[in-house]
Structures are given as C-alpha cells and as structure tokens.
Write a protein that binds this ligand. Structure first.
Ligand code: FAD
Ligand code: SF4
Length: 463
C-alpha cells in the first residue's frame, strides 16, 4: 500500500547557526527508515512521467521500488544503468525543475523526493562498496575526452562501457570540473566526487591532469596520437564582469576565482588550516544564481560578519534553487533585492572600501521572459565593504576554439553542435555541456556527454 503522506519525508540538516561556521555537509541524508517511508510515497503510476523528466532517463519508479523493498544496492545499480554519478546528482541536480516537477504525487501535494532517494542509495552503495561497472570487450578504438566535468566524465564512462580505450585530458591538477572547483564542500563533499571518479579509473579510463589542451596538445596532435574520436567538454569557466568603475580594486573577485581558491586550495579546511583567501569582514556578492549563493555562504563560513547578496531583480526571478536561497537566509546572508551596483569604491592603497548601489523597480518582461529591472532616479546609496564577488555568469572557456581552426562557435563563444549528437563542424570531434550551452546544469551536461558518446561510437565503428 502506498504511503499517502502529503509531504516529502524531511531530511535532517545541520543546525543553521552551527553550519554557518563549518564546511561540513548541510544536508545529512535519509536513514533507511526514512528512505523506505519516502519510497512508499511513489504510487508506481501508469505513465511514469518522472522518467521523461530526467535528462538521463533513469528508471525512477524501478529504483524507488527496490528501495521500498530494502534492496538499496540493487536500486543504486538500477540508477547506474543510465547515470554514472548518482551521489552527485542526488545532491545537486535541480530535481524540482525536472523529474519532481512532473511527478504525479506533486499534482495535489508534494512530489516524491526523488533526489533524496537517489542520494540515499548512492551513499549506502558507496559506503558498502559495489563492484566496478562491467565493460564490453575492447573494441580496438581509442577516444579522447577534453575536460573532466560531468559532461566529460559521462562521455568517458559511456564510451568505456562500450569497450573503447578512453583517455581524459584535464587542465587542472585534479579531475571533476565544477564538481570539485566550484560547488562547495558543504553541498558536495570532494571525497565523494573522487569516489565516483574512481569508478571510471577502475574501468580502465586514464585521466591525465595538468594538460591544458589547446596549449600542450591540440586536436590535430590527438588525431596523430591515434584517437579516432574526440569529445570537448571544457565547460564555461570564463567569468563575466559588470564593467563598472572600480572593478580593478584589490578585493574584487570573480566567483570562479573566489570558489576555486576555497575549493581547490583547501580554503574549506578553515579554521584548522590556513586559507589562501583574505578573511574579509563585509563582503557583497553580486548575482542571484547558485554560484552567488555558494560564494556568499563560503564567505560566511570563512568568518565574514556581514555577507550581502546584491541582485537587480526580485527574489521571484532569482535563478538559484529555492533550497539554496532558504539555506543562505537561514545562515544569516542578507539580501539586497532590486538593487544594482553602479560603482565600486576603493582607497589609495587600491583596496575595496564600498560600493554605490541604485534601487530598481520591475518593468516589462525582457527577452528572457523575466521582468526587466528599471533604475529608480535619485535612489543611490553607499554600502561599506572590504570585498566584492562578481557572480553574474560565465562564458565558455576559449582555449579550444582559439586553437582549433574550423571549429565553428557562436558569437558568445559556445561551440556550435548538432543538438542530438553533439557533432561539431569537424568530423569525429564532438562537444557538449557548458562548452556548448554556456553555464547550465550538471544533469544537462551529463545528458550531452551521453548523447555524444552514442554518436562517437557510431562514428568510430563506421569510420
Ligand atoms: P565543467 O564542470 O566546467 O568542466 C569542464 C572541465 O574542463 C574543467 O575541469 C576544466 O578545468 C576543464 N578544461 C577547461 N579548459 C580546458 C582545456 N583547454 N584543456 C583541458 N581541460 C580543460 N549545476 C547544477 O545542476 N546544480 C547546482 O547546484 C550547481 N551549482 C553550481 C555552482 C557553481 C559554483 C557553479 C560554477 C556551477 C554550478 N552548477 C550547478 C552548474 C554545473 O556545475 C555546470 O553546468 C556543469 O558542471 C557543467 O559541466 P561541464 O562538464 O560542461 O563543465
Ligand atoms: Fe512515482 Fe512520481 Fe514517478 Fe509516478 S511520477 S512513478 S508517483 S515518482
């Protein structure tokens, strides 16, 4: 009998006051009892719209049924049939906009907590240990994957499953892309990301780090080295700035730099380890997406007294996940909404001292469908600060497009591909994830990696 409880089974969390000063995970995960209770909320409905709502088409009702029967490892294996990174997706996927938004239980009440259940069985399976994913016999083909974010990792995994000899080339000293350098430890522990990456190396995928492709090797070099097909998954790590006066003062960071210093240079071990980030006391983050929330919540954990989110529209237009906005508020982040920065102030030493802000009101919808913020004349005021983090978006990394003659790109830098296959303008070269779309989501990057792996397989076998 299905459990008709109207709300999702709550997931325990670290207390807001406590967690605002540590980098340990905020959400603590379900116990077995909670997971089975939640799994029983799924009515195994006839049309199962949740499956089509998932960009990698996990058989959601099947894995949920296995959890309800206490078969957690089997549930994990069921997810892994189409998704190589379940512990990651269970934590950071925007399920509320994908599988959960179409869940039949969500019509009258809250949908089934699909993401929390995915996280639960992945954590159980990783702790208990499951064998490596089985691969077909080696098919005699070699493929290269450039970039080790979710797009590259998924493409590599799906190719390896088909018996392809895969090498990943990653610019950083550690693989994982945004999963390691962007999303903070308190949302996605690095050790866990590494465990999911270890699954790939256990399957024989080679990962070469410190390989800045386009500088060290280019596409022609890879072809000469015998790689029959190449996937570009280099992400969107090029920060955008506002181009307002004062952006060159010391203490102005792009969100990417700020988060990379914390995540890859072990700033998250503060206060037990020293951190390569100055401990700012009054810091403003400009932007309203997940990246802005992550930067603000990290700043708080590094000891800032006042952390402000400055966003030019209202909360309803904020692109960040609701959960992240709520968590940020609970942790004491102060929101300045309908506010736009016009200038950053600094002192003679070149350090940030504050920011000039202007109040806005919402006008008619713009091209994005969101109401356009319009400045209110004479409403300017100053905010005292010692740091500013700019989190207003990123563009695709430029190196591959600059070093690959014939690779067609959009005016804003995204690689142009065939939507269904990821094929680029160069035969045998495929691309996907943020390198194509600009900043998007983990699961969309994974979906693109999967599509490209399928097309690369066809290309290599028919070559
Ligand atoms: P990336 O993850 O960016 O990986 C690209 C990799 O390519 C990187 O490792 C990079 O070092 C490497 N690379 C770049 N250039 C080269 C080169 N020339 N040679 C070799 N390697 C290269 N999405 C969600 O779904 N949920 C969230 O909660 C969420 N939070 C986010 C928080 C932050 C702070 C950020 C920045 C993004 C967040 N996103 C979130 C978005 C999501 O992480 C990205 O959409 C996703 O990681 C894109 O995957 P990708 O593989 O295309 O690129
Ligand atoms: Fe279960 Fe909801 Fe999927 Fe239906 S839509 S099978 S109720 S999770």
């Amino acid at each position: 009998m299905a459990n008709m409880q109207p709300e999702k089974t709550k997931m325990p969390e670290q207390d807001a006051k406590l967690r605002a000063s540590n980098f340990e995970e905020v959400a603590l995960g379900y116990t077995e009892e909670m997971a089975i209770n939640e799994a029983n909320r799924c009515i195994q409905c006839k049309h199962k719209p949740c499956i089509a709502g998932c960009p990698v088409e996990i058989d959601i009702p099947a894995f949920i049924k296995l959890i309800s029967e206490g078969k957690h490892i089997e549930a994990y294996k069921k997810i892994r049939e189409t998704n190589g990174l379940p512990a990651i997706c269970g934590r950071v996927c925007p399920q509320e906009e994908q599988c959960e938004i179409v869940c039949v239980r969500g019509i009258k009440h809250e949908p089934v907590a699909i993401g929390r259940l995915e996280r639960y069985c992945a954590d159980v399976a990783i702790n208990e240990g499951v064998g490596p994913i089985t691969c077909k016999r080696h098919c005699g083909k070699k493929a290269a994957v450039i970039g080790s974010g979710p797009a590259g990792l998924t493409c590599a995994l799906d190719l390896a499953k088909q018996g392809v000899d895969v090498t990943i080339f990653e610019a950083f000293h550690t693989p994982g892309g945004v999963l390691k350098y962007g999303i903070p430890e308190f949302r996605l522990p690095k050790a866990l990301v590494q465990k999911e990456i270890d699954t790939l190396t256990d399957m024989g995928v080679e990962i070469k780090t410190n390989m800045v492709m386009g500088k060290i090797l280019d596409i022609d070099d890879l072809k000469e080295m015998g790689f029959a097909s190449i996937f570009i998954g280099t992400g969107a790590g090029l920060p955008r700035f506002m181009n307002i006066p004062g952006e060159n003062f010391n203490g102005v960071y792009s969100a990417n730099e700020f988060l990379t210093r914390i995540n890859l240079m072990k700033g998250y071990l503060y206060p037990s380890h020293d951190t390569p980030i100055v401990h700012h006391k009054k810091l403003a983050v400009i932007g309203g997406g997940n990246v802005a929330m992550d930067a603000a919540r990290c700043a708080k954990r590094l000891g800032a007294d006042n952390v402000y989110i400055v966003y030019r529209r209202s909360e309803a237009e904020m692109p960040a996940r609701n959960e992240e906005i709520e968590h940020a508020k609970e942790e004491g982040i102060e929101f300045h909404l309908l506010i736009n920065p016009t200038e950053i102030h600094g002192n003679e030493a070149g350090d940030v001292t504050g920011m000039r802000l202007q109040k806005m009101e919402l006008g008619e919808p713009d091209d994005s469908g969101r109401r356009r913020p319009v400045p209110i004349e004479g409403s300017e005021y100053d905010l005292e600060l010692d740091a500013v983090v700019v989190a207003i978006g990123q563009s695709p990394n430029p190196l591959m497009r600059e070093s690959t003659p014939g690779l067609k790109t959009q005016s804003w830098g995204g690689i142009i591909t065939d939507e269904a296959t990821g094929a680029t303008s160069i035969p045998g070269v495929y691309a996907g994830g943020d390198a194509v779309t600009g900043a998007a989501t983990v699961i969309l990057a994974m979906g693109a990696g999967k599509d490209a792996a399928r097309a690369m397989m066809d290309y290599m076998l028919n070559e």
